[in-house]
Design a binder for this molecule. Structure first.
Ligand code: GLV
Ligand code: MN
Length: 228
């Protein structure tokens, strides 16, 4: 009887420990269980991903997207134009674990420090000269100045940025191993959330006074109003 209880306790201890070990399959989108599942973005169901459109109503157009061939024309206050092709823009990506962005820069343009909570990013520069950097959880900066044809990989969830350091425009494509990588822009998360993070939290964290925090909050709010 005593040995049965010990086995039960051991079993419970081992199974709860197994739940704590991060298995690789938890770091990316789950694998598909069928050939495809074109997202029905209108469905009232809330599930992980989107329900599928009726497969018998699909055509080749459901697997086609042409919105990346256009050069960005409307630039934000940081001189960047971002075209995001995630599952919301391209429902055919649903359950396939991939998506892509096109990012156009005017001279001096900055894609500000941000992260993608659900994806690794692989960036391919096709025009211009970009300073690309990302920071590890040990606060080490890895960076490169990239030109056409060069790739840089950004591990999942890490903070990164791209700055156009060339004379003219720059352009890169970023691919992600998620249909919905998500994006958190650091400045917005800290200084322009809803509701706002109270000043004492930020003034203590940055070791400055509340007046400086208020100034940054108003500048960040104005800057990102029209962005993304
Ligand atoms: C670039 O980092 C992007 O997320 O598009
Ligand atoms: Mn990114």
């Amino acid at each position: 009887m005593a040995s049965k209880s010990i086995h039960l306790i051991l079993f419970l201890a081992v199974s709860s420990l197994l739940h704590l070990i991060p298995l690789p399959s938890h770091c990316t989108d789950p694998g598909p269980l069928q050939d495809f599942c074109v997202a029905d973005l209108e469905s009232p169901l809330f599930i992980n991903g989107f329900p599928c459109k009726n497969p018998s109503h699909l055509t080749s157009d459901d697997f086609f997207y042409d919105g990346l061939k256009k050069r960005g024309t409307i630039f934000d206050a940081l001189n960047v134009n971002l075209t995001q092709v995630d599952v919301y823009a391209f429902p055919g990506l649903n359950t396939l674990g991939m998506s892509m962005n096109r990012v156009d820069f005017l001279p001096g343009g900055l894609n500000p420090p941000h992260n993608h909570p659900r994806a690794t990013e692989l960036s391919l520069v096709v025009e211009g000269k970009l300073f690309v950097g990302w920071v590890t959880t040990d606060y080490i900066l890895y960076w490169k100045v990239l030109t056409a044809g060069e790739l840089f990989v950004i591990p999942p969830g890490l903070v990164h940025f791209q700055l156009n350091v060339g004379e003219g425009r720059a352009l890169f494509y970023a691919s992600f191993n998620s249909q919905n990588p998500g994006i958190t822009i650091m400045a917005e998360a800290l200084f322009d959330s809803t509701p706002l993070i109270p000043d004492p939290v930020l003034s203590k964290a940055f070791h400055v006074n509340d007046t400086i925090i208020e100034l940054i909050k108003s500048r960040v709010a104005a800057l990102y109003k029209s962005s993304y």
